[in-house]
Design a protein around this ligand. Structure first.
Ligand SMILES: Cc1cc2nc3c(=O)[nH]c(=O)nc-3n(C[C@H](O)[C@H](O)[C@H](O)COP(=O)(O)OP(=O)(O)OC[C@H]3O[C@@H](n4cnc5c(N)ncnc54)[C@H](O)[C@@H]3O)c2cc1C
Length: 422
């Protein structure tokens, strides 16, 4: 395949050396070794997000990945991209790079070394071995079509680079201190692309401090299993099971992180939504039946004692404070109204959420480049020939568990290998 032009500085410039950009560089050079591929990044030490991922252990992917693990753009498009580079391919890709993976709880795959650093080093080494050039400290300001109409001028903080094709791998807005500050959206918008409005996702949520002041007390640091429902006035509820962690600002933990994007999407799309927590595994009806038979057998037991057998003591105190029931009340003395309010709160507690902790605490971005404007066979723009997109910049966000990295690897593969055929 001939080069796009011998007068250009590069055949392909990949903007962003995060997970998606580094992998796209490797796949592009492996598929088309004759192409000159340059990966530029504004950061002086790219890959910061990989280093902090998975508690510095990098949850590389998941044992089972399907389109149902993702939100955002059309699931048929997501499915097609995932199938082009499934989990088995990811495992083999990293094995070839010298990183073997093992499975942990919830199907999460981590490097055997437990070191995110090894994942980043392997990608950097893989990029160099594949023959692509990495240019850190090259923040891209603009990408424009060349006057000749062939190729692009990528203007970086250290001067322009002319090239035949551009891959935008600039991530979204999550953890902006790593360099992913959303500028990629502006670069895409300049070519007419639509940005589905963004919100943080996989992000802790804040509680109304005034509304929760009376009951938050000693909750901070307490974690327990919960069933969360995100309920809106317009759509079917979203259900999430997992651990919830109470914090000084509100709630976090896996269940809340997974629920967060749904609550935030309702807000941005103008729907009223609430986050409701079931602290028990049962419905109100079952819980009430169990409670009543327990009260018959133990009429003198105090409500606080009964509750403490069901949820952590601090949570029991919070629920009681919330419904204004004394923990010393005996089961026999608890009026029907109070009992029902207490059990409703235990099984369907509307948490007074005010918002999220924002992009600085988000693991990923919901929203981004509209998938309908991308060819899923190549990750190429349908609006601007020669422009491609990979990774988090796209309108796809995965749930917790390695799914966001899998999206980075799969999109990088589809994009990189397509370079051979164009
Ligand atoms: C704390 C944390 C933990 C996470 N843990 C996991 C996990 O364990 N498993 C998982 O699957 N996902 C995890 N994620 C999500 C995952 O890290 C991201 O989905 C993934 O890194 C996105 O990769 P990306 O390459 O698309 O974007 P990014 O990793 O954001 O990379 C984008 C790159 O582009 C560069 N860039 C941006 N704009 C420009 C510009 N104008 N010019 C030049 N360069 C630019 C940035 O400097 C950056 O290096 C975590 C995220 C966070 C924040």
């Amino acid at each position: 395949m001939p080069r796009v032009s011998t007068r250009l500085d590069a055949d392909v410039v990949i903007v962003g050396a995060g997970a998606a950009g580094l992998a796209a560089g490797i796949f592009a050079r492996r598929a088309a070794p004759h192409l000159r591929v340059i990966v530029v990044d504004g950061a002086h030490k790219p890959g910061a997000k990989i280093l902090v991922s998975g508690g510095s252990r990098c949850n590389v992917t998941n044992a089972v990945v399907t389109d149902r693990d993702y939100n955002g753009g059309r699931s048929t498009i997501v499915r097609r991209i995932l199938r082009a580079f499934p989990v088995e391919a990811t495992v083999a890709f990293f094995r070839d790079l010298g990183v073997t993976l093992h499975e942990e709880a919830h199907g999460k795959l981590f490097p055997d070394s437990h070191r995110a650093r090894d994942v980043l080093d392997a990608l950097l080494q893989g990029l160099a071995s594949a023959g692509a050039e990495l240019r850190p400290g090259h923040r891209v300001r603009t990408v424009t079509r060349r006057e000749s109409g062939t190729g692009f001028d990528v203007v970086t903080a250290r001067g322009p680079i002319s090239c035949g094709r551009v891959v935008l791998a600039t991530g979204g807005l999550s953890l902006p201190k790593t360099g992913s500050d959303g500028h990629g959206y502006a670069l895409a918008r300049a070519f007419g692309h639509t940005i589905v409005p963004t919100t943080p996702a996989l992000v802790p949520l804040c509680l109304d401090q005034d509304a929760s002041a009376a009951w938050r007390g000693n909750l901070s640091g307490v974690s327990h299993p919960v069933h969360l429902r995100v309920v809106s006035d317009a759509q079917r509820p979203t259900h999430v099971d997992g651990a919830m962690l109470w914090t000084h600002f509100g709630v976090s933990g896996p269940a809340v992180l997974d629920a967060s994007r749904h609550w935030l999407r309702h807000q941005i799309e103008g729907r009223t939504a609430s986050l409701r927590a079931n602290l028990l595994s049962d419905t109100f009806e079952t819980t009430e039946a169990t409670w009543l038979s327990h009260a018959l057998a133990h009429p003198r037991q105090q409500v606080g004692t009964t509750l403490a057998a069901l949820v952590p003591a601090a949570v029991a105190d919070a629920v009681l404070a919330c419904v204004h029931v004394s923990r010393d009340r005996t089961l026999a003395d608890l009026p029907r109204e109070d009992r029902r309010l207490l059990l409703h709160t235990l099984t369907d507690w509307p948490l007074p959420i005010t918002g999220s902790r924002g992009y600085s605490y988000a693991e990923v971005t919901a929203g981004g480049i509209d998938l309908r404007e991308i060819d899923p066979a190549t990750m190429a723009s349908r609006l601007a020939g020669g422009l491609h997109f990979v990774g988090e910049i796209l309108d796809v966000d995965g749930r917790l568990g390695g799914f966001n990295f899998q999206w980075a690897w799969s999109t990088a593969y589809v994009c990189g290998t397509s370079m051979a055929g164009e």
